[in-house]
Design a protein around this ligand. Structure first.
Ligand SMILES: C[S@@+](CC[C@H](N)C(=O)[O-])C[C@H]1O[C@@H](n2cnc3c(N)ncnc32)[C@H](O)[C@@H]1O
Length: 216
């Protein structure tokens, strides 16, 4: 998925992946799972997700997002004050509780992030085609050296019935991608067959969202 594709989505507001509410699994899982809450939460490919505002009640949040428009909407739609500074190839959106590196996630350097305790991935890994998923995980490992926990919300459907994004990412692939980690635990499952995925309705025979708790 090239950056052009995502910039077009934001310019034309074709953002069916965006949810108008906090993800229903997020409060439930966060209350059950433990990580070092003195450290920062990192949300790669964050869009303008309201989940970041919810997570900011737990501690400092840093997002990474390609689209400047998405970042502006993220703060403006919640009437939140923010400042922006140019930092190399990035713009840094700064706020009391949620900052965003606006630019290419794959170009981020570990020194641009605080010490990360929790990574939150909702519709980030599944937004990418298969080779990019490998690079995405490699970059995540480089950026967050651990000990760190990742809450990953992934999606499975018969890939031949629809072309992504979102792509189908099987449990087997998740386990392969994170084979370096200490543990990969399936912690929740939602059967969304026949139901919408955020603002979109997919014509597929099976649709399952899976939540993983991954630690390294
Ligand atoms: C499917 S959306 C998910 C957004 C968000 N996680 C959510 O739950 O609403 C994927 C997002 O990744 C962003 N994105 C895609 N490629 C990126 C990259 N290389 N670096 C940073 N963000 C990227 C897109 O602009 C888009 O907002």
């Amino acid at each position: 998925m090239h950056s052009e594709f995502w910039h077009n989505c934001w310019q034309q507001q074709r953002i069916g992946f965006h949810q108008y509410d906090v993800h229903p699994l997020l409060p439930v899982l966060v209350s059950q799972l433990s990580w070092d809450r003195s450290k920062t939460v990192f949300a790669p490919l964050c869009g303008k997700s309201l989940d970041l505002w919810w997570l900011s009640q737990q501690g400092k949040v840093i997002g990474a997002e390609l689209s400047e428009l998405a970042c502006q909407q993220f703060y403006q739609q919640q009437e939140q004050k923010f400042s922006v500074s140019a930092q190399g190839d990035f713009q840094y959106f700064s706020h009391q509780s949620v900052d965003i590196w606006q630019g290419d996630y794959f170009a981020l350097k570990p020194e641009q992030l605080d010490e990360i305790g929790l990574i939150y991935d909702r519709a980030a890994l599944i937004a990418l085609p298969s080779q990019m998923r490998i690079d995405y995980v490699k970059q995540l490992k480089k950026l967050c050296t651990g000990p760190v926990s990742l809450l990953l919300l992934s999606l499975e459907y018969p890939q031949e019935e629809m072309s992504g994004p979102p792509f189908s990412v099987t449990e087997q692939e998740v386990r392969q991608l994170f084979d370096y980690s200490a543990s990969v635990e399936l912690v929740a499952l939602r059967n969304l067959t026949g139901r919408p995925f955020a603002q979109r309705q997919f014509n597929v025979s099976k649709l399952v969202e899976k939540a993983y708790w991954i630690r390294w």
